[in-house]
Design a protein around this ligand. Structure first.
Ligand SMILES: Cc1ncc(C[n+]2csc(CCOP(=O)(O)OP(=O)(O)O)c2C)c(N)n1
Ligand SMILES: [Mg+2]
Length: 600
């Protein structure tokens, strides 16, 4: 590709971070060739925090590509840059580029990379190291920021990494990175571009790669005897259960999942760890331990921690139900990270992505049992507490946030980008794959703000018309709060409601558990956990970055007005944070899970 302007740039209305044009020149550098391949992949953004190790590539993106496709999203911390790419991938299923500086930037990024790995999202991480040739290193700084085998820092939780030694190898590596990241199970990949590779002038650009011939493979549909056996098991089932785990944001795949459940007459359970995969108000949706224990056939659609779920429900007794496992996840399992969970039994194992498996499974099932059973009565939906509850309450409880959001939003399309640990099931219904995006993947706190910004960006760009809402814990919010500046800078509308219990409360419950076990004072559980004295003014932290900051809201009677104002601000294109001071406490089930859970 000789002419970077050959591809269309972004809409003219987007005037953010536009560089002055570079004078025409036939001179090119290694990093221009690397940037040229990035342009071919048509990735819209590169989330980054800058650093001299990749100053060559930085220049190429700004001055050679004109800061367009990818356009830079400056982040204030590498962890935010990666979380942002993670949130974007949750919505689109597509990778962004995240660029982090040398060993130090990569070290900052590690937890967010781990989250992306556990959440199986595609991501292309670029990084750099000082000159491999020691003679060319600047004294001191370039020595401390040069590491041998830098990829080793993250190799245990990335799908692939490389340090290409020539421009040709770097171009190939980018194409390979793009394929590997997007081949399920998806995940982050990392390329380390050493300084001289980027900064040496080259005679000419290599020929433009035929990117269409380096695309991720199409998903494989299951077929033959295993598919037939799965259909037979389901056709004979009297109490079938579908565990709808990881799935795409594709509305058609959603409809097919519903069609399969209805054809089988299966109860369906979903998991807050993963994004919405089934309508929560469907008569077949719902469950719990008794449903799992009573099931005679269980169809797991890539359910996260199938073995643990079965073990908890059965209390360690043998699992008698026949299990159909549909997952390609084992391709990513390695010897370092135990995020693969316990080994589940599988009577039929379809090594296929759930979304690809559902249509042939439905067809095979219908051949055996063409007539669907009659649908059960829809269960009564709990929903949030009524508005009147806010008049009677003396303190705000987390469910009241759902009440206020419902009052302010009605039936307008909303995406719940994230919900906090304290949010009970049943407070909000999910009826579309974009209604809820799941959690952080790796349990790494601090990802909420960054992921929310990335998801809100993707929703904005897709023209979805959905209002992006994240309800975050104060601990999660505070650890990643500076991610919000990137949203303001790039005009990404976003509503963040902080369920502010002024504590890392989850761990207060753990301290309570230990104190109970040891016969020690439970009332000390808050020490080293409560974020009080001074209580942090979260709205000020938001305003300091250019967001609208509302709160602290402490009076239940003022909550609806505060949320209405916030929704209006976000509808007007703003980033708005509402600091809602809530009573500490989780829903009964979540509390019991921490206080009573005994490992077996
Ligand atoms: C990086 C990281 N540090 C610490 C933890 C342990 N941890 C799990 S939940 C939690 C509390 C989170 O606090 P907050 O977001 O305010 O939610 P709350 O439990 O108060 O509702 C902590 C500290 C973690 N999971 N990740
Ligand atoms: Mg908290």
């Amino acid at each position: 590709m000789d002419d970077p302007s050959a591809k269309p740039v972004e809409a003219a209305s987007n005037e953010i971070d536009r560089p002055v044009p570079s004078p025409p020149s036939s001179r090119v550098w290694g990093s221009d060739a690397i940037a040229a391949v990035l342009r071919e992949l048509d990735i819209p953004y590169a989330a980054l925090n800058p650093g001299a190790s990749y100053r060559g590539l930085h220049d190429s993106i700004v001055n050679y590509l004109g800061n367009s496709r990818p356009r830079m999203l400056l982040c204030l911390h590498e962890e935010s840059a990666v979380a942002l790419a993670h949130g974007y991938a949750k919505v689109t299923g597509r990778p962004l580029v995240a660029i982090v500086h040398a060993n130090v930037g990569l070290m900052h990024a590690t937890m967010a990379i781990f989250n992306a790995w556990c959440d199986r999202v595609p991501m292309i991480l670029l990084g750099a190291t000082g000159a491999v040739d020691a003679v060319r290193r600047r004294p001191w700084i370039e020595w401390i920021h040069t590491a041998r085998d830098q990829g080793a820092l993250i190799r245990n939780y990335t799908k692939w990494d490389d340090q290409p030694a020539s421009v040709g190898a770097a171009q190939e590596a980018i194409l390979r990175a793009n394929v590997i990241a997007q081949t399920p199970p998806c995940g982050p990949v990392y390329l380390n571009l050493n300084l001289e590779l980027q900064e040496d002038e080259i005679a000419a650009l290599p020929p433009r790669p035929e990117t269409g011939r380096f695309a991720p493979p199409a998903p494989l549909e299951p077929a033959g005897p295993p598919l037939r056996r799965a259909a037979e098991l389901l056709a004979r089932a009297e109490r079938p259960l579908m565990l709808a785990g990881r799935g795409s944001r594709d509305p058609e795949a959603w409809q097919r999942r519903v069609a399969l459940a209805e054809a089988i007459g299966a109860r369906v359970m979903t998991d807050r760890k993963t994004g919405a995969t089934f309508p929560t108000d469907h008569p077949l949706h719902g469950g719990g331990s008794e449903v799992i224990v009573n099931a005679d056939v269980i169809l797991s659609l890539d359910w996260v921690d199938l073995a643990g779920t079965l073990r908890t429900a059965h209390g360690g007794n043998p699992v008698t139900a026949k299990i159909i496992q549909v997952s390609v996840d084992q391709y990513i399992h390695n010897g370092w990270s135990m995020d693969y969970q316990g080994l589940p039994p599988a009577d039929v194992y379809l090594l296929s992505e759930p979304d690809a498996a559902v249509p042939p499974l439905l067809a095979a099932f219908k051949e055996l049992r063409p007539n669907p059973p009659s649908a059960p009565e829809a269960a009564l939906r709990r929903g949030p507490p009524p508005l009147a509850a806010l008049d009677d309450a003396s303190v705000i409880q987390v469910p009241h946030i759902a009440t206020a959001l419902k009052a302010a939003l009605g039936d307008a399309p909303v995406s719940m980008l994230r919900l906090p640990l304290s949010w009970a099931d049943g407070l909000w219904e999910f009826r579309h794959p974009l209604d809820y995006l799941g959690t952080d993947g790796g349990g790494g706190i601090g990802s909420g703000p960054g992921m929310s910004v990335g998801a809100a960006l993707a929703l904005r760009d897709s023209g979805s018309g959905r209002l992006p809402v994240a309800v975050l814990g104060d601990g999660d919010f505070l650890m990643g709060v500076t991610a919000l500046w990137t949203a303001v800078r790039n005009e990404i509308p976003l509503l963040i409601v902080v369920a502010n219990n002024r504590s890392f409360f989850n761990d207060e419950l753990h301290q309570e558990r230990v104190a109970r076990q040891r016969g020690r004072p439970v009332e000390n559980r808050w020490i080293g956990q409560a974020i009080r004295g001074p209580d942090i003014d979260l709205a000020t932290l938001a305003r300091g970055q250019g967001c609208i900051g509302i709160g602290p809201v402490e009076d239940p009677k003022q909550l609806v007005a505060a949320i209405r104002d916030a929704v209006a601000a976000v509808r007007a294109g703003k980033v708005c944070v509402v600091d809602v001071r809530v009573a500490a406490g989780y829903a009964a089930g979540a509390t019991a899970a921490i206080l009573q859970r005994t490992p077996r």
